[in-house]
Design a protein around this ligand. Structure first.
Ligand code: PLP
Length: 428
């Protein structure tokens, strides 16, 4: 596909191609519903060419605007200068360099009072790959995986990759916290895994220790009832991005059948480098066999191993910290600015997203707009002011929008007057 193709041209082309039996049945729906976030990102680039980058307020993609820590760049240079190129650029164990995994395990142990070794870690091609490896390791066709809306929409595709079925738990729209009871109601004999994402993309909500305990208790009970493991896959690419003193509980301490998926994409601003890990604790049922299977899943998914140079670099930078002050300043400015204008937003406690309820334009008396109609109208209206935001449907939760505030502070300050015009258009 041409990267900058118009949506209407693309649709027409796809319709013409529709009956050509070229690509697989499984891939066809993806062509028709390509990621709205990615499309908006492309649209943002086009708008920037037309109006100038400083006149476009692109809040679509979770692409950090903070440069990676200098120490990461330094580590890359040192590795290239100091190490044998055959070692740096060569294949290694499919799970990754042992010394890198040991350094990460040691760092986790210091921070969370755990007892991991290199054996518990498999380096992956970011969190996306970590999730795929975890799911490939445990899913059989027809197995169900539960997650709560709104969620990172790729979960659906990842589960479908292994012929699993993603089952959505409806959100508590008051708090967007996890309700253990709501999960309990959806767990069945077919449930093989539950995915949670803490801090949450797109709501910015942080799940507390009590919440994790309650969910763990439900999962323990259901495991006993159905007589098989139910894995809790904790997707944590934003683990360090928490504000107001909030803390992310380390889930392996609360529930034995936990797998943790981590990524350096957000914390160290390395999304293009594709580096993260999957952690499988010894406490997990048949952990030895599961770790071996996951290592093979990593290899046969086509990744073989995580990229070597950046893997070695993060191994030298385990104590690097995310630039919290940068995101916190943006978070406060945006949340306070928008709520002052009358928008209803969830106060973000983590990640770098703000979740906003879409205001509904009152036009003709008695007309009731569906959440999808309302969000489409709002997202389109925002574009008039060069504001790009992502509709809630992209996270299986229509009636909301996600605003990614991992942009520069200037973008936020320049966008606020435009948001004000949008608020006025919607009579706030
Ligand atoms: N999980 C969540 C919740 C995300 O938001 C993202 C990326 O935005 C990912 C996983 C994938 O992260 P990575 O870039 O490390 O593959």
């Amino acid at each position: 596909m041409c990267q900058n193709e118009d949506e209407s041209v693309r649709k027409e082309r796809l319709e013409k191609q529709g009956d050509k039996n070229v690509i697989s049945e499984k891939m066809r729906p993806y062509l028709a519903n390509n990621s709205a976030i990615r499309m908006m990102f492309e649209e943002g680039k086009k708008m920037a060419e037309l109006y100038g980058a400083d006149k476009v307020y692109d809040f679509s993609l979770g692409n950090p605007n903070v440069p990676a820590p200098q120490k990461v760049n330094q580590a890359i240079k040192e590795i290239l200068d100091e190490e044998d190129p055959l070692f740096v650029h060569g294949y290694m164990s499919n799970a990754g360099y042992p010394q890198v995994r040991a350094a990460i395990a040691e760092n986790l142990n210091q921070r969370f009072g755990t007892n991991f070794t290199e054996r518990n870690l498999i380096m992956t091609v970011g969190a996306g790959s970590g999730l795929n490896v975890a799911l490939k390791t445990v899913l059989d066709p027809g197995d169900e995986v539960l997650t709560v809306a709104p969620y990172f929409l790729e979960y659906r595709a990842y589960v479908t990759n292994y012929d699993g079925v993603l089952v959505t738990v409806e959100p508590d729209e008051e708090t967007f916290q996890i309700s253990a009871e709501a999960f309990a109601a959806k767990i069945s004999a077919k449930t093989k895994a539950v995915i949670i994402n803490n801090p949450n993309n797109p709501t910015g909500v942080v799940y507390s220790e009590d919440t994790i305990r309650a969910l763990a208790a439900v999962l323990e009970e259901k495991q006993s009832e159905y007589g098989h493991a139910i894995y809790l896959i904790s997707d944590e690419p934003y683990r360090e991005l928490v504000f107001d003193g909030a803390a992310i509980p380390f889930v392996t301490k609360y529930y034995k059948n936990t797998m943790v998926v981590y990524s350096y994409s957000k914390s160290l601003s390395l999304p293009g480098e594709r580096i993260g890990y999957l952690l499988i604790p010894d406490e997990l049922e048949e952990s030895e066999m599961t770790i071996d299977a996951a290592t093979i899943a990593n290899r046969i998914s086509g990744c073989v191993n995580a990229p070597s140079l950046i893997q070695l670099a993060v191994g030298r930078c385990v104590d690097c910290q995310a630039d919290l002050a940068f995101y916190d300043k943006n978070r406060r400015a945006l949340y306070e600015g928008l709520t002052d204008m009358g928008f209803t937003c969830v106060r973000p406690q983590g990640a770098f997203y703000l979740w906003m309820k879409v205001p509904v334009k009152q036009t003709e008396a008695g007309t009731v707009k569906s959440p999808v109609e309302a969000e489409t109208e709002f997202v389109q209206a925002a574009k008039k002011y060069h504001i790009l935001i992502v509709p809630g449907s992209s996270f299986a939760c229509p009636g909301y929008v996600r605003i990614a505030y991992c942009v520069s502070y200037e973008t936020i300050m320049n966008a606020l007057p435009e948001f004000k015009k949008l608020a006025e258009e919607f009579s706030l």
